[in-house]
Design a protein around this ligand. Sequence first.
Ligand code: M6P
Ligand code: ZN
Length: 196
Amino acid sequence: MSTQAPDPFTTLLDLNSGSLDPERKVVERRHSNMADMYLEEYADGMADTVIYSVHEISVPTTNSNLMSSTTVIQPGTVGQEYYMTKGHFHKIRDRAEIYIGISGEGRLVMAKEDGLYTVEAMRRGTINYVPGGWAHRSVNVGDEPLVFFAVYPGDAGYDYGTIEEEGFPVLVVAGEDGPEVVPNPRYKAASPSEAG
Ligand code: M6P
Ligand code: ZN
């Protein structure tokens, strides 16, 4: 069949740790994989420390399948910036995504290529809708792991390069009274403007 539909299957999600049973593909991102994504350099000896892991429920990468994954972001900061994902646009720009918050406290930074951005809350029970055309990065602003489940079309793909080159319009940093959203001094794309 051209849709390459897999047979029905079931996966068990551990609602505390975010791990899956069975585990299929787990990607770990360490400080050394994200060196240029934070304003400051990571501390000596932290290169191999895992910032987040992505546990994927892999399906064929066609538009008729739904890819999904749980992401577990550890608590911590690099300088004032909270631990976060790399963030990406979808390679096929119009592909959307849904996040379901499972545990911890986070922020979802979304931005369009013209600089329009928004920052949404993530916690147990939030359902964030990421429309097509919006880059997305999740940030752990709490003291515990941030765990969420994501679902998106199988052919969406990843464009990391645009974010690596231009950054997001805003950063989420630890202020005196908690998380603050501040302009990204290294943002290279169009003028930032906040959505609605
Ligand atoms: C979510 C989804 C995944 C993504 C992961 C980590 O689970 O959006 O597709 O891989 O977050 O984000 P990133 O790929 O930007 O590192
Ligand atoms: Zn995505």
